[in-house]
Write a protein that binds this ligand. Structure first.
Ligand SMILES: [Zn+2]
Ligand SMILES: [Zn+2]
Length: 363
């Protein structure tokens, strides 16, 4: 029958986390098997202490334990590294993790690229220039001066580990830690590369060609695998992400895949209808303006908008604006008056405002 965890750690049931940690440290040092080598009970006791600590130091597991009663809380496999760090940190200070020197993937990079609507519609190739960390060409990423190579780490004699021994009030401790000089690799550079200062990477300006496919949208991310930063210690390169932005167009406004533009018609064109050449992303095209088109009406060229990546295209919409002539010759005035008469309109023609006439004189 397992003992009550609070009893094991000799703390009250309402002990704070800090109290539990203190009690654990004290007991673990006391019953550490290395300390009590000749006490066969110590190992059992040490396990019990750890089990109690694993549960009571975890608020969720502690609540579960309190609810279900002693001995019934499941105890998982212990992370001994954590346990030992927890126990020994105050003596030896933080250690350098061995993982620091493991192969590390290079960072991903981002490049923001602005393309015109024409380029987005048809695809394009663009040249981009960026600064990134590449493998040092002088040492090929080894970080060592040519011929310098590596040598066994003098601190740990190539083992990557250092043994600490301490005699304390609680007994004699021996602990093995990762060597801080070589980070556990067991080797150090004999002669660090002068170009990259031993890091194995240098900043370089790089020119790349980016193929932008037809159908990109605002915010489309293009991934260029392996064009990010070089990895460390033989790790793979990162990727480059080109983020596409659509530039403002002098003629077209964008709404999703659809495009909009103003179509300025004279009142004669609007009344009689016309056939015009209009701009599109694919070059000039013919647009039929039906007779009697009204201001604000929309004339649409189907499939002349922006494509998506599957090639489905939006539409191109022209909003009709009707322009009224500002200047009329005596002859034109007469013709309009006759038109009015023919339409049965009664008009009282006015002279133009003096301010408008002055505006016309300005450039
Ligand atoms: Zn070393
Ligand atoms: Zn180098």
């Amino acid at each position: 029958m397992a003992r009550d965890y609070y009893e094991v750690l000799n703390v009250p049931r309402d002990a704070s986390l800090e109290e539990i940690k203190q009690a654990y440290r004290r007991l673990a040092r006391e019953y550490h098997p290395d300390v009590r080598r000749d006490d066969p009970q110590a190992e059992e006791r040490f396990k019990e202490i750890n089990e109690a600590y694993q549960v009571l130091s975890d608020p969720q597991r502690r609540a579960e334990y309190d609810r279900r009663g002693q001995g019934s809380a499941p105890v998982g496999p212990w992370d001994f590294e954590t346990l030992f760090d927890d126990l020994f940190e105050p003596f030896f200070g933080p250690s350098r993790s061995r993982r620091d020197r493991a192969p590390q993937r290079g960072a991903d990079l981002r490049y923001d690229l602005e393309v015109s609507l024409e380029e987005a519609a048809h695809g394009c190739e663009r040249t981009v220039e960026l600064v990134r960390l590449d493998t040092c060409p002088a040492c090929f990423g080894t970080g060592a001066e040519r011929g310098g190579g590596r040598e066994a780490c003098p601190s740990c004699r190539g083992t990557g580990q250092i043994q600490f021994s301490r005699r304390t009030a609680f007994g004699h401790f021996t602990q093995i830690r990762t060597c801080p000089r070589c980070g556990g690799e067991g080797v150090v550079l004999r002669n660090p590369c002068g170009r990259c200062e031993g890091t194995g990477r240098v900043e370089v300006q790089k020119t790349l060609t980016v193929r932008v496919p037809a159908g990109v949208e605002e915010g489309t991310r293009l991934r260029l695998p392996g064009e990010g930063e070089a990895g460390l210690a033989g790790g793979p390169r990162g990727d480059l992400y080109v983020v596409v932005h659509l530039a403002r167009h002098p003629v077209f406004q964008r709404k999703g895949q659809d495009l909009y533009a103003d179509l300025r018609l004279s009142m004669v064109q609007a009344a009689l209808g016309d056939e015009l050449e209009v701009p599109t992303l694919d070059g000039p095209e013919r647009l039929v303006v039906p007779a009697g088109v009204q201001p604000g009406e929309v004339l649409t060229l189907k499939g002349r908008g922006l494509p998506d990546l599957e090639g489905r295209r939006g539409d191109l919409h022209f909003r009709v604006k009707v322009e009224v002539p500002r200047h009329l010759t005596a002859e034109q005035r007469k013709l309009l008056l006759r038109l009015a008469e023919s339409l049965g309109l009664e008009v009282k023609p006015q002279r133009r405002r003096i301010l408008d006439r002055m505006k016309d004189l300005l450039p």
